[in-house]
Design a protein around this ligand. Sequence first.
Ligand code: UDP
Length: 421
Amino acid sequence: MQQTRQRHRVVLLPLPLQGHINPMLQLANILHSHGFSITIILHTSFPSPNPSNYPHFTFLSFPDGLSQSEASTTDLLSLILLLNLRCINPFRDCLVKLSRLVLRTGGVSSYAAFAAFPTLFEKGYFPVQDSRLEEPISELPPLRVKDLPVIKTSNFDSYYQFLTDMVRQNKASSGLIFNSFEELEQPALATLCPDFHIPIFPIGPFHRYFPASSSSLLTHDETSIPWLKTQAPKSVLYVSIGSIAAMDEKEFLEAAWGLANSKQPFLWVVRPGSVRGRKWLESLPNGFIEMLGGRGHIVNWAPQQDVLAHPAVGAFWTHNGWNSTLESICEGVPMICMPRFTDQLVNARYVSHVWGVGVQLENGLERGDIERAIRGLMVEKEGKEIRERMLHLKEKVNLCVMQGGSSHESLQRLISHISSF
Ligand code: UDP
């Protein structure tokens, strides 16, 4: 029968002296035989027992900061005082490392861009200057300056500080979990590895294990799926800018006319409050909805994963939040990208220029551009390759979560890692 009692972990830090190490390891064996998990922390400047003699224990070491002559002193009192003094910070870091796994809810590629902030800062890319927006960033191809994951703020220093602190703390954790999969973001994973001396677990897409609809903070509109059922296969454009992004009234009207003029059916999520200064749809011209003749359906909030999985949906006009991007990839739905800030900018660039499964609206929102992007992607020949690449990528998602697939293997590694604590 599987043991259901939670195993408690005991962390042991012996003084780096034989007479302390021996009894500490014996105590460790005794506790282990009573069902405890054991972690032994060792000092790096001193000889230590061979971990391979204790495969049932986890060993960690921390830099105690003693020089060789300090470590070999025979003055026991001064050695202990020195150890106490020098070990406070590294030991605390080591404990932090012991206990903390970090879940990154964004993609690996955008995270790699965050991790590169200090380098980019040194090279003068920050704060971003309007005159340099189109410049390619040789350190992070194919990103351009305008794809860097920034937000509009008058206090760039705080943003920079926040991000660099975050990455530093992440590096001190005992592992990073990503809601992504290796086949999608292998180059970014490879960039991170030399710099991050902790295990990285790309185990996504999570919603392949459990759908997220039950954790929705807003109530799903119940008319979306019945409406989709009345539409032809792959004919509908699904439109959403997620839970945070907003647009101004002018952008909203350009979007509305672009949708109407494209002549494609659309399901549009307009979150109440997402048009700045307006409650919901009151900016739409009189008679706009009637003019669509049932070709457009506008809702507050949709059951997005079910919508993207519906056979009637042929494309997704998205702000490229990571969840939306991944959900679209999972269902093989090509994207029209309209990133607003931070990691969305990187995700959109990857969708359009690395994975080649979407097109980006590059020059703001203008009804003619929108109409052309919709028809180009969904109807015209020019979108065919993009649509095919997306189906190919979808197959990779299906494989990665199956037995032997990359995410499945990463999940097994993660489980062993957690079990070793
Ligand atoms: N979502 C939804 N209904 C909607 C719009 C979005 O259920 O009408 C869900 C979507 O499936 C995704 C999440 O909200 O899981 C949005 O996350 P994302 O990272 O894409 O964007 P954010 O809202 O954080 O900007």
